[in-house]
Design a protein. Structure first.
Length: 404
């Protein structure tokens, strides 16, 4: 039985420092430029690939931490550097979660490396569940997957929206309805291999924040993928659908199992942004003089900073708890994964807003990074489940009541 400790071990500290150095030296100096350009920052992804940070080996390594803390540490540091660039680097890992969460060992070995490529030939992954009429309500997906027994192929048709790396990814993981009557229990995940005809990018969105990360629609028109691209395989799917049709409970819901695993990591990203804003505001408050003294000498400012620090630490503890529970396979009986993402997202929005307040006019203009951090933070109360949906998950978990 391991002793309770919040001290990071040598491996964790080493990776944390390594990612921090990359964030400080590569992401911070490039952040403003790529925010303005609003394009995929290929040179930055290449830099990350060259040092091994953008690679399947790195993801395998951080997932191997038995305490589950290495990945959230890395996420926090990357987003401390810049959340838009961090998302360009981390976006492929959502596809990895989709593959690892639902695929067979053979499928994982085949497709996960292809979500990254090599430093000479960068590849991207995308995970596509959201649709124009199915955002929070994932159960009402319209994208259909139909099996063609004659050719052992699946035929995908539909439209996905808001997809990170959508249409520019090499590997798209698509969640589609196999049996729409079964709602979420009739869903399955499919890998669409690079260059498959019929998959194309629709509109690319211009965003409020994380603008270096590509977000677009993905259109699927008679996309044919081999039977081997159904994650988990057909036997398992048929068995699951049969159980669902009999009204028996089914453990796996394709999209939900991916989000459960990734929510605490999304929380860790939000904490990175909040910490960046807090540190900046603290330094600024010590230097900015008004009425003949540094503004931090006013309780009104100092107490804001005290609250910012406390909220960041509280959010991080929830994230670490959820990551530790995930790594040690403890069930999230009280919605602990959702709690961590909910708290961290709301803290990031609040802390970055307070940082603007502490900088006054300087916080509101683009010469200073704080307004960008505020814009970047807002997505953390929206994607991977809005704050309202996280509260719903927690409320249902703690009460056992099907709250709407
Ligand atoms: C930048 C960005 C990147 C994204 N990346 C991806 C991606 O890679 N892959 C992917 O599949 N999706 C992605 N998304 C989609 C994201 O997950 C959805 O936007 C999110 O789930 C919310 O869905 P929606 O936008 O349709 O909002 P809606 O579901 O329409 O919600 C609108 C409002 O209604 C509230 N609401 C809805 N239902 C309830 C309810 N039952 N109770 C209380 N309140 C409710 C919501 O909380 C929200 O405030 C991304 C989105 C963005 C903006």
């Amino acid at each position: 039985m391991a002793e309770f400790s919040l001290e990071l071990n040598e491996d964790q500290l080493q990776i944390q420092k390594w990612v921090h150095d990359f964030a400080e030296q590569v992401l911070r100096p490039a952040a403003s430029e790529w925010d303005e350009r609003e394009e995929t920052p290929w040179p930055i992804i290449e830099e990350a690939a060259k040092i091994g940070l953008y690679s399947w080996e790195f993801i395998a390594n951080v997932f191997a931490d038995p305490q589950g803390l290495t990945f959230p540490l890395a996420c926090e540091e990357l987003c401390w550097g810049d959340a838009g660039l961090a998302m360009a680097i981390l976006g492929s890992t959502l596809a990895v979660s989709g593959i690892a969460g639902n695929g067979t060992p053979e499928q994982i070995a085949e497709w996960v490396p292809q979500c990254f490529g090599t430093p000479d030939k960068i590849q991207l992954g995308a995970f596509a569940v959201s649709e124009p009429d199915a955002g929070s309500d994932v159960s009402s997906l319209r994208t259909r997957a139909v099996y063609d027994a004659a050719t052992d192929e699946w035929v995908l048709n539909g439209a996905k929206t808001w997809i990170t790396n959508g249409g520019i990814a090499d590997v798209h993981v698509i969640v589609a309805a196999v049996d729409p009557e079964l709602k979420a229990r009739g869903h399955a995940s499919f890998v669409v291999p690079p260059g498959t005809p019929g998959l194309r990018m629709g509109q690319k969105f211009k965003k409020h924040g994380i603008r270096a990360s590509h977000t677009a629609e993905v259109i699927l028109e008679d996309v044919r993928v081999p039977g081997s691209c159904l994650l988990g395989g057909k036997d398992k799917l048929d068995e699951r659908l049969a159980r669902a049709r009999e009204g028996k409970s089914t453990k796996v819901q394709a999209a939900m199992s991916t989000f459960e695993a990734s929510r605490p990591l999304v929380g860790a990203q939000a904490i990175g942004i909040a910490r960046a804003a807090y540190e900046y505001a603290l330094d600024y408050a010590k230097e900015r003089v008004q009425f003949g003294k540094p503004i931090i000498e006013n309780q009104a400012i100092a107490f804001k900073l005290a609250d910012m620090k406390m909220e960041i630490d509280a959010a991080r503890l929830l994230v670490w708890r959820a990551c530790w529970m995930g790594a040690t396979r403890k069930p999230f009986l009280n919605g602990e994964g959702s709690m961590s993402k909910l708290k961290a997202g709301e803290v990031a929005v609040k802390v970055t807003e307070e940082a603007i307040q502490i900088l006054g006019g300087y916080g509101y203009v683009r010469e200073y990074p704080v307004e960008r951090w505020h814009r970047d933070s807002k997505i953390y109360t929206i994607f991977e489940g809005t704050s309202e949906i996280q509260r719903l998950v927690i409320a249902r978990a703690i009460s056992g009541v099907h709250i709407r």
